[in-house]
Design a binder for this molecule. Structure first.
Ligand SMILES: C[S@@+](CC[C@H](N)C(=O)[O-])C[C@H]1O[C@@H](n2cnc3c(N)ncnc32)[C@H](O)[C@@H]1O
Length: 272
């Protein structure tokens, strides 16, 4: 089973490192910065809470959990419509039209299965296949020039839907997602990277947010909640978490807009 969205900062390559550092036995499994939730789908915990500040992404999780068959139907229609257009300029028009409808939706209320299907469509047909928003929260990736697209793997979606059946899915700030956790629960924090690279400056996650997260890490530690956090290996992050055990691991990350991979070092910090 693997994530159904390709998400910036996805943890697929780091899974072996993360898996081996998880506690053996846990209460509720929590990802406050879910993104593609690679570790969740890898582990398939019984009891889980998934949260991300992006409501459009979390709507997709809800639709996969609750309306998988209808979603598959919509994705199949999108796929056929796009793939049967005969010219690349017609595909380009179709992409920008869908993107514009997507950006005109009010994501605070009433998200539907069609919004979720449109989200997958633009995510898979945009440049680099990577979701990207501007400061106003509008999806702004350019057309990806693909002549054919595959929007879903039905078996994988079915497995993901099963894994999500008992999961609580939220969209909001990471602190709210962690409010009710108790001793023995496990949180995997995968926040936007602390970075000096330009491509990550627009992520809206400031140094102050990193400090706020560190304070939450501290208070969860005091409450007996297991915490594991990954972040880039910067002096700032190493300084914030200097009281905890941390290890450096090598991570191949996609941080450049042109899609060139770049080797980076990542920290995995635990409070146990
Ligand atoms: C590095 S990505 C997570 C990658 C993910 N673990 C994966 O495997 O694909 C960070 C996520 O944090 C989310 N985010 C940013 N600020 C947030 C906040 N204040 N509270 C919760 N989520 C936030 C972003 O929307 C983004 O999806």
């Amino acid at each position: 089973m693997r994530p159904f969205v390709k998400w910036p900062g996805g943890k697929a390559l780091l899974l072996p490192e993360l898996r081996q550092r998880m506690p053996k036995s846990i209460g509720t499994y929590v990802e406050p910065f879910a993104g593609g939730a690679a570790l969740f789908f890898d582990r398939q915990p019984q009891q889980a809470l998934l949260n991300d500040a992006n409501p459009k992404l979390m709507n997709l999780y809800i639709q996969v959990r609750d309306h998988k068959s209808e979603l598959v139907g919509r994705l199949a229609s999108y796929e056929t419509e796009y793939n049967t257009l005969t010219t690349i300029s017609a595909k380009q028009d179709f992409y920008y039209q869908s993107r514009s409808i997507f950006n005109s939706r009010d994501f605070e209320t009433n998200l539907t299965v069609l919004d979720a299907a449109r989200f997958v469509f633009i995510n898979k047909s945009c440049f680099n296949g990577l979701y990207r928003e501007n400061k106003a929260g509008q999806f702004n990736a350019a057309f990806g020039w693909k002549s054919n697209i595959i929007l879903y793997d039905e078996d994988n979606l079915t497995d993901c839907s099963s894994a999500l059946q008992d999961a609580l899915i939220m969209s909001g700030d990471f602190e709210d997602a962690c409010r009710d956790l108790t001793a023995g629960d496990f949180v995997f924090f995968d926040p936007p990277y602390d970075s000096t690279f330009d491509a990550y400056q627009g992520n809206g996650f400031s140094k102050e947010d990193q400090k706020r997260l560190c304070r939450l890490f501290q208070s969860l530690t005091e409450r007996g909640v297991y915490c594991m956090l990954s972040n880039s290996n910067t002096e700032f992050i190493a300084g914030l978490y200097s009281g905890y055990s941390f290890e450096k691991v090598s991570a191949k990350r996609m941080i450049n807009r042109n899609g060139n991979g770049r080797e980076g070092e990542e920290l995995i910090i635990t409070n146990y």
